[in-house]
Write a protein that binds this ligand. Structure first.
Ligand code: HEM
Length: 509
């Protein structure tokens, strides 16, 4: 939709007016003393300065909250109003609530105004397909995912015969999107540039469009959404996904009619099968396209970011390269096959430990356990959380690390390998895996609604890292030895995109 100059002027005028109105209202209606708990930064501080601090350095704000209030609940001023932060121990309380009582998805949808950005959409079909079908079939996919990863490196990466700068953010987006799409929509659609663009840009449009639309007062948003380019793109993305899926769906239906359908084992099939089994007649091609976009949104950027963090850590700690390579070579030799299998991935315990340590230092968010109270909630000490409140657990306080884990601030790539193999290996072998969310390790969330895609993510991360370790040397450009500092957007931890990593293909003997 093209806008005329007058429309744009009108829209900007309305935006400025509503922004001013919004700020006054936020100040008036959302005073942080709404909750009877202390405010980080103090009651007398300039509320807008506190909000800005939260946007830019939520990690520092939450650490400050922890140091000042220790085991007490505190609140933080955020652009979305005051937010409650709970000490870790309350995770035990919140974990008992079912998703219709304390919802992680609703908390996320609220943060990105999901009723406009279309992510306020909870689906049993999608959750079932990830939680059950995807996870049940993981062992069958290792070869397919690995093939897709290899194909991507062979066709999308520069030759790297000498040290070559690689745009990790861009290149790994392609690798992870294509490898995930192989399981979500199958081949050949998983290699279709347009599909990959559509399924990856959608998440960015949701985040950026949501932030822009939030600047408008809630009353103007129904109209304002059409003036925000990313918001207009979101609606287009849904239609595009439908159009791109159409030939694949037609082919499958034609084959079925002709009685020559080949059995398919991918997310498209699982979603249709689930709808059939549950008699959900509202599930159609449009809904399939929507759920594919949502699944891609949850899966791709998170997995890509974890790989980037791990590579930054590897470049900053090259002493881990050789032991990791040796582990991969040994496991491959034992398997007697150059292709990795599910069991061989499980045997990569040092790599698993390195991934977990990298994630401990650079989690996806410093408050991974967040819930919207859908009903009034009373915590074990009597603290009352009114319905509609978003509460988050302060999950990334390194000083709370159990003493037996060693120095919590050091980077010890084999910390979890040691914890798994020394003392009580039976119990610890499971507890300290990358994919195991525990009370002390909530990077994938906690409880029943912890990330259901973590096994798939873990598998992909291992495959990509094993491919890179086996084929390339890496280092930072300009002789940089330390990993670049992460930057924050609210509670989200982002890898510095300006860091340049050089790749050089290993000469095979
Ligand atoms: C390294 C990659 C990933 C990270 C760090 C990550 C992290 C998370 C976190 C922190 C949560 C919130 C859990 C909670 O509040 O208890 C979550 C939820 C979720 N994740 Fe992941 N995730 C990753 C990959 C994936 C993948 C690959 C998929 C899909 C295949 C996926 C699908 C989901 C879904 C559907 C939810 C919502 C679960 C629910 O509400 O029941 N994630 N993820």
């Amino acid at each position: 939709m093209e806008l005329s100059h007058n429309q744009i002027v009108l829209a900007s005028g309305a935006a400025t007016l509503s922004l001013a109105l919004g700020i006054v209202l936020v100040k008036k209606l959302s005073r942080p003393d709404e909750f009877k708990v202390p405010l980080v930064g103090g009651e007398d501080a300039d509320i807008n300065a506190l909000k800005l601090r939260y946007v830019r350095e939520a990690d520092v704000v939450l650490q400050e909250g922890y140091e000042k209030f220790r085991n007490e609940i505190f609140q933080v001023a955020t652009p979305d109003g005051p937010r409650l932060f709970l000490p870790r121990r309350y995770a035990h309380d919140l974990k008992k609530y079912k998703r219709h009582e304390a919802s992680g998805m609703k908390a996320l949808a609220d943060r990105h105004i999901g009723n406009y950005t279309t992510i306020d959409h909870e689906s049993d079909i999608m959750l079932g397909a990830i939680k059950m079908d995807l996870n049940r079939n993981l062992g069958l996919f290792v070869g397919d995912v690995e093939e897709e990863i290899r194909l991507c490196f062979d066709t999308q990466f520069l030759p790297c015969d000498d040290w070559t700068p690689i745009d990790l953010h861009e290149q790994l987006l392609r690798v992870v999107a294509q490898a995930s799409a192989r399981i979500f929509v199958g081949a050949p659609l998983c290699r279709n540039d347009e599909w990959l663009e559509c399924s990856t840009k959608f998440a960015l449009d949701v985040m950026t469009g949501g932030e822009k639309l939030k600047q408008w007062s809630p009353w103007l948003r129904p109209v304002a959404q059409w003036f925000v380019p990313e918001m207009r793109r979101i609606h287009g993305d849904h239609q595009r996904a439908r159009d791109l899926l159409a030939p694949e769906l037609r082919r499958r239906r034609d084959e079925e009619r002709a009685g020559v359908a080949v059995p398919r084992n991918d997310m498209i099939q699982w979603m249709f099968d689930r709808a059939k089994k549950t008699g959900d007649t509202s599930f159609d091609d449009k809904e399939l396209a929507n759920l594919q976009m949502l699944t891609a949104t949850a899966a791709i950027h998170t997995t890509r970011l974890a790989i980037i963090h791990a590579l930054y850590d590897l470049a900053a700690h090259p002493e881990y390269v050789e032991p990791l390579r040796q582990e991969i070579a040994a496991v491959r030799a034992e398997e007697g096959s150059p292709v990795l299998k599910k069991q061989t991935l499980t045997a990569l315990r040092k790599l698993d430990s390195f991934m977990k340590e990298s994630q401990r230092h650079s989690p996806p968010s410093v408050a991974t356990f967040q819930r919207k109270a859908m009903v009034p909630i009373t915590l074990s000490d009597g603290f009352h959380i009114p319905a509609g409140t978003i509460a988050q657990v302060n999950t990334n306080v390194l000083d709370e690390t159990p003493a037996e884990w060693g120095d919590p601030h050091a980077f010890d790539g084999f910390r979890f390998y040691k914890l798994r193999t020394e003392n009580n290996p039976e119990e610890n072998s499971h507890k300290f895996q990358f994919v195991s969310p525990t009370y002390d390790s909530m990077q994938f969330g906690y409880g029943n609604d912890a990330c259901p895609g973590r096994w798939f993510a873990g598998q992909q991360i291992k495959l990509v890292l094993a491919h890179i370790l086996s084929n390339y040397d890496i280092k930072f450009a300009d002789g940089l030895k330390e990993r670049p500092k992460n930057f924050m957007f609210e509670v989200n931890v982002m890898a510095d995109p300006s860091a340049v990593v050089l790749f050089k293909r290993i000469e095979k003997k």
